[in-house]
Design a protein around this ligand. Sequence first.
Ligand SMILES: [Fe+2]
Ligand SMILES: [Fe+2]
Length: 197
Amino acid sequence: MSPAHDDETPPPGSEVTAGLRDEHALILRGTVALERCGARLAASGGSDPVEVDRLTALLAFFRDFADIRHHGKEEEALIPSVISSGVAPNADTLRDVMDEHLLVKELLLQLTSGDRATLVAVIPRFAGFLREHMQLEERVLFPFVERTLDAATKLRVQREFDQIDARAGTAEAFASYERLIDELLVPLNELGVSPTR
Ligand SMILES: [Fe+2]
Ligand SMILES: [Fe+2]
């Protein structure tokens, strides 16, 4: 999904947004796992307890990892640093990103508090929307950040990212989410289908 790096963009590994791109990759895999579990739950008439348990764990991942941790980094550290720089990628991009985070939160609420029919119905919209949101950030916001912010600002943003990581949860907890998603995507891998599309 990541766009090719052009001459203006530092290579991966030296970017302050590199960690966010890594998180996108895991969230992207999570959306595929979510869609697969949702489709299996729908095929069972909403009654398969194994899929219900898997979906409950996946939704906890989207809440803890995608919303609280990942969007927290973008909203509390990255976007304020862009605003402080005095130059925005364009008038609408930052507002769009923030508005989309709110919609992700709203859809997550529907997924976690609705009945199983709602769950099955909302999953495709949630997964597709989240993918489009990450594409917008990778196409527009992240390259802008890398080109525009100076080294001292990037260092400060990285420290804020580290603080949010420490506040949001343990590395072990997130590793367990990663294992869950890997396990759910094993059948895809065995078929030679890329889970990241
Ligand atoms: Fe975002
Ligand atoms: Fe993001």
